[in-house]
Design a protein around this ligand. Structure first.
Ligand SMILES: [Zn+2]
Length: 99
């Protein structure tokens, strides 16, 4: 599974068209919360499940998206955070809607 098109729409949603034709929308807030890097993961684990993180606009703005190898995407956020690599499988299975 690979993305054919990736773009940010309405400044808050990542729109992906996969090579099987499926179109998917992931809210940037969800994408940020699901950041797979070690720092974010350990922060999430320390919070209770009812914790709702509050993000700044910079933390929810994507400056760049780069493919990593054949398996994932590196997302660079405006606050400088760039260590998360989102694997295509995880993205494909992500429930991207907040409410
Ligand atoms: Zn992270």
């Amino acid at each position: 599974m690979k993305p054919e098109k990736i773009k940010v729409v309405n400044k808050d949603t990542l729109h992906i068209v996969w090579d099987d034709g499926r179109a998917q929308d992931i809210k940037l807030m969800v994408l940020r919360r699901e950041c797979p890097c070690a720092v974010c993961k350990s922060e999430l684990e320390e919070e209770s499940s009812s914790y709702i993180p509050v993000y700044t606009l910079e933390q929810l703005t994507v400056t760049n998206i780069k493919p990593v190898g054949f398996y994932g995407l590196s997302v660079i956020w405006k606050d400088g955070h760039n260590t998360g690599i989102y694997q295509y499988n995880d993205l494909y299975n992500m429930n991207g809607i907040t409410d």
